[in-house]
Design a protein around this ligand. Structure first.
Ligand code: ZN
Ligand code: ZN
Ligand code: FE
Length: 754
C-alpha cells in the first residue's frame, strides 16, 4: 500500500528536434533503466510521454533526458504536468499521431562511428554497403516527402524491408529502431556505374569509378543531396579540364580527403578547423593551404585557402578508401543553375562535362548542397548553410501570431517560415538568375509549405523591385486577398538576420557591408551603418557613393570601379597626366567618354557598396583581370595582405554620416607594393568600424553582410572590439551573406506580430 502512495505520475511534452532522431527508443530505454511505467509517442508538436514511478527515479529520469539525449536531437522546451495515477502495467512506444504537423524537419547527417565500424568489418552483413545508416546518421531532409518522418513518406518507400532489416527496425533496443532509411544488400538501393557508350556495371560500380578517376577522367557521383563532379585532385589536367567544361575559370573547388591526416599533409589546420571538419555535420571548411602540396594548382588559383571536407556518406567513404588520392568534389550543375539531383538531368544537361556516372536508385526528393564554413581568429562563420545544418529551426520564446513567409533576396537565396514558436530556415538555394534556379526555389518553397502544412498570412520580401522573389511576392498577394506584404530594406534585413540568430531585442549598432542591395533612396547600398532594433533603423553612416560605370559591367570589371575612384578624386586633366596602370587599358578617348558618363550619371548607378570599393582598390593596386566570381577581389586582397607585416592604415574622414575614402585613394596611388596596400586597406576598414563604434559606446555591435567573409578583416575587427571590451555579434549558425536575409526578414515580421 505504501509503495503505491509514494508513486507519482507526470506527463511531459518535449519540443525541439525530437522526431526521427531516436528519441522514443531513448526514452524507452531510460524508462527501463529507472523502472518507470507509461508510454512515449510522437505528436505533431514533438514527443509526448507519461511516466509513473518513484519520485527519485522520476527526478533522475528527467535529468538524464537533458544529459544523455540522442546526438541528433535538440530540446527546445519541456512542458511538465503532474497527473493522477493511472497504474500503467509496462512502458510502451505508441504510434504516430498525425493531427497537427508543425514539428521539425531535420538535416542529413554524416555516417556515424558505429556504422563506419560495421561498414569496414568484413564479418558484418553490411560490410562495404554504400547505404548503411542508423537512427543517428544518414539522409533525412533529402529523402523526405512529408511529415511525420516515417518510411512511407520518404523516397525509401519503394524498397521493401527484408526480414532482418524489419527486425532491427521494430526492436526498440536496436540502434536501427525506426531508422527510416534502413536497408541492406538484400533490400535496399543499388549502385550503378554507367558510361556514355552504354556500358553499365552494377557489381564493380565503385571499382569502375575509381579506375576512371585514376585515369584523369571526370565522373558524376550521386551524393546525399545531389551529384558531384569528381576527379583526381592531384591531376592538373583533370582539374583544369573540369574547370573548362564547367565554365568556372577561377572560383575555388572543394576537395574531399580520405581522412584528417591526409588533409594535414597539404593544409595548416587550427584546432577549431579540425573539430569542424570532423563534426557530424561534415561541412566544407575553408582552411590555409600549405606552400608545398601535391594538389593541382588550378583548384584554388591565386589564393592561399582551400575548401576541404571528409566523406560524409558510406558511398564517399568506400570511394575514398579505394582511391589513392583526394578528389575534387564540386556540385554538378550548369553555372547559375541549382545542383542536379537525378541521373536523367545529368545526361541531358551536362553530358560534355563528364565521362561516366555513378548513381543509384534512391531518389533525392529535396536537393541540398554542401555547407561551407570558415574559422576566423575568434569566430566561426557560416558561408553556405545546407547539408548537415539546414533546414534549421530557431526557437521563439514568444509565439508569433501570424504565419510568416520570408523570401530572402536574389543571390544565395534561402526561405524562412515562421509559425508558432519556430522560425525554420531552408538550405541554401542559390542565385536566382536562371529559370531553373527559380523553379528549384519554388520547389523548395512547396516542400516547406507541404511539410509544415503552411499557408502564409504575411509575406516579407526585399525592396528591390527587380528581384524575382519580389515579383513573386507581389503577384502572390494580388492573388490571395488578406495576405499582407512587407518589403524590407536589404541591409536592415542583414542586421536583423544577425539579431535573429542571437535573439537580440535591443538597439544595436549594425555594420552591414556587402556587394549590393536596394536602398531606401533607390540607390545601390552596401556600406551601411545603422542604429537599429527589431522595429526600426536609422542610417547613421554610409560609404561615399560612387557611380558604377556601366552598371552591372562594373561588377565584373574592377578596372571600371577604379576609374570611377579616380574620377571621384581627381580632375580629368590630372588623370590624363597620371602614371597609373589601369589607364594603360583605356585609350584617351575612352577615358574622356567614361568621364562624361561619370559626370552626367549616364548608365552609372550610384552605389555605397563596400564590396565595390574592394573591387576598386583591387584594380588600383595593380590587379587588372576581370573577376571570375563574386568576391574574388576580396579573397585575393585577403591572401596577399597576409604577406605584409604593416599595421599602418590609410586616412579617411567621417563627416555628416559619410565615410569618405578620397584621402585613402590618393595615398594608395603613392604606395607601390600590392601586399602593403591590401593590408593597409583592410585594416583601414577595421579602423573605421572601431571609430564609429566608439561614437556609439553603449550598444552592442552587429557585423553582417558578405564583406564579413573576409578572414583578415573579421579577425582584426573582432580583436579590436574585444580590446575595447565591446559586446559584438557575427553570425555563425546562419549565413553572414545574403543567405541570411530571409531569416532577418522573418524576424522583423515575428517581432511585429508577436
Ligand atoms: Zn549510423
Ligand atoms: Zn534488408
Ligand atoms: Fe547583401
Amino acid at each position: 500500500m505504501e509503495a503505491l502512495i509514494s508513486k507519482l505520475n507526470f506527463k511531459y511534452h518535449i519540443s525541439g528536434i525530437v522526431q526521427g532522431v531516436g528519441f522514443r527508443p531513448f526514452i524507452y530505454q531510460l524508462a527501463a533503466k529507472y523502472m518507470l511505467k507509461g508510454y512515449v509517442g510522437n505528436d505533431g508538436d514533438g514527443v509526448i510521454l507519461q511516466i509513473e514511478g518513484e519520485r527519485n527515479s522520476i527526478t533522475a529520469f528527467k535529468r538524464d533526458i537533458e544529459l544523455l539525449k540522442p546526438p541528433l536531437s535538440r530540446i527546445d522546451f519541456i512542458q511538465e504536468e503532474q497527473k493522477e495515477l493511472v497504474g500503467f502495467k509496462d512502458f510502451s512506444i505508441i504510434e504516430s499521431n498525425e493531427s497537427t504537423i508543425s514539428t521539425m524537419l531535420s538535416p542529413d547527417i554524416s555516417t556515424c562511428r558505429e556504422c563506419l565500424q560495421e561498414l569496414t568489418n568484413s564479418k558484418n552483413r553490411r560490410y562495404n554497403y554504400p547505404f548503411i545508416n542508423c537512427t543517428n546518421c544518414g539522409p533525412r531532409y533529402t529523402i523526405i516527402e512529408n511529415l511525420p518522418y516515417d518510411r512511407e513518406k520518404t523516397s525509401m518507400k519503394k524498397f521493401f524491408m527484408c526480414t532482418e532489416c524489419r527486425m532491427e527496425y521494430e526492436n526498440p533496443l536496436d540502434r536501427r529502431y525506426h531508422a527510416e532509411p534502413i536497408s541492406c544488400y538484400n533490400c535496399g538501393p543499388e549502385l550503378v556505374f554507367q558510361t556514355f557508350n552504354g556500358k553499365v556495371d552494377k557489381k564493380q560500380a565503385v571499382l569502375s569509378t575509381v579506375k576512371y578517376i585514376e585515369q584523369g577522367l571526370c565522373v558524376a557521383v550521386k551524393g546525399i543531396g545531389g551529384f558531384h563532379l569528381v576527379c583526381d585532385a592531384t591531376n592538373e589536367k583533370a582539374v583544369s579540364t573540369l574547370r573548362r567544361n564547367k565554365h568556372r575559370p577561377t572560383k575555388p573547388l572543394a576537395v574531399m580527403f580520405k581522412n584528417i591526416t591526409d588533409i594535414k599533409k597539404v593544409c595548416s589546420l587550427t584546432k577549431k578547423d579540425q573539430e569542424l571538419i570532423l563534426s557530424k555535420e561534415r561541412p566544407i571548411v575553408i582552411v590555409s593551404k600549405k606552400r608545398n602540396h601535391d594538389l593541382a594548382d588550378s583548384i584554388a588559383p591565386n589564393i592561399d585557402k582551400i575548401g576541404v571536407f571528409l566523406p560524409y556518406t558510406p558511398l564517399h567513404e568506400i570511394l575514398l578508401r579505394t582511391l589513392n588520392s583526394p578528389i575534387v568534389a564540386t556540385s554538378a550543375n550548369l553555372s547559375d543553375e541549382p545542383i542536379i539531383g537525378n541521373a536523367l538531368e545529368i545526361f541531358k544537361k551536362i553530358p560534355l562535362m563528364i565521362d561516366a556516372i555513378l548513381t543509384h536508385d534512391r531518389k533525392i526528393l529535396n536537393a541540398c548542397d554542401d555547407s561551407v564554413m570558415l574559422n576566423t581568429k575568434y569566430e566561426t562563420i557560416m558561408l553556405r548553410m545546407a547539408r548537415g545544418y539546414a533546414p534549421q529551426s530557431f526557437y521563439l520564446k514568444e509565439k508569433t501570431s501570424k504565419k510568416i513567409l520570408a523570401l530572402g533576396a536574389h543571390q544565395k537565396s534561402t526561405i524562412t517560415l515562421a509559425l508558432g514558436n519556430n522560425m525554420i530556415i531552408s538550405p541554401h538555394i542559390g542565385d536566382l538568375s536562371s529559370i531553373e534556379a527559380f523553379e528549384y526555389y519554388t520547389r523548395t518553397l512547396d516542400t516547406l509549405k507541404r511539410v509544415y502544412n503552411f499557408e502564409p498570412d504575411v509575406i516579407v520580401c526585399d525592396k528591390h523591385p527587380k528581384y524575382e522573389t519580389t515579383k513573386w511576392a507581389k503577384q502572390y498577394v494580388q492573388e490571395h486577398s488578406g495576405v499582407e506584404l512587407i518589403e524590407l530594406q536589404h541591409h536592415y534585413a542583414h542586421a536583423l538576420s544577425c539579431m535573429a540568430e542571437y535573439s537580440l531585442d535591443e538597439e544595436v549598432l549594425a555594420f552591414c557591408f556587402d556587394g549590393t542591395g536596394y536602398g531606401d533612396d533607390g540607390k545601390l547600398w552596401g556600406g551601411e551603418v545603422f542604429v537599429a532594433s527589431a522595429y526600426h533603423y536609422t542610417r547613421v553612416y554610409h560609404f561615399k557613393e560612387l557611380p558604377l560605370l556601366g552598371g552591372d559591367k562594373a561588377v565584373r570589371e574592377p578596372k571600371r570601379v577604379a576609374l570611377s575612384l579616380l574620377y571621384e578624386c581627381f580632375t580629368l586633366e590630372e588623370i590624363l597626366s597620371m602614371e597609373c596602370e589601369i589607364l594603360k587599358f583605356y585609350s584617351i578617348d575612352e577615358v574622356k567618354l567614361l568621364h562624361k558618363m561619370f559626370k552626367r550619371s549616364i548608365n552609372s548607378p550610384k552605389s555605397s557598396s563596400l564590396g565595390r570599393l574592394f573591387d576598386g582598390v583591387y584594380a588600383l593596386s595593380g590587379h587588372m583581370n576581370d573577376l571570375g566570381y563574386e568576391g574574388e577581389s576580396g579573397a585575393i586582397l585577403e591572401t596577399i595582405s597576409k604577406k605584409s607585416k604593416t599595421k599602418a592604415t590609410y586616412k579617411y574622414s567621417l563627416k555628416d554620416g559619410v565615410i569618405d575614402y578620397k584621402m585613402m585613394i590618393c595615398q594608395i596611388l603613392q604606395d607601390s607594393n600590392k601586399e602593403i596596400i591590401a593590408k593597409k586597406f583592410i585594416f583601414t576598414i577595421s579602423k573605421i568600424i572601431i571609430e564609429i563604434s566608439k561614437e556609439h559606446p553603449n550598444i552592442p555591435v552587429v557585423l553582417s553582410g558578405g564583406v564579413f567573409q573576409n578572414n583578415v578583416l573579421v579577425s582584426q575587427v573582432t580583436k579590436e572590439l574585444k580590446k575595447l571590451g565591446r559586446r559584438y555579434y557575427i553570425q555563425s549558425k546562419t549565413p553572414v551573406n545574403d543567405g541570411g536575409i530571409s531569416l532577418g526578414q522573418a524576424y522583423y515580421a515575428v517581432k511585429k506580430y508577436r
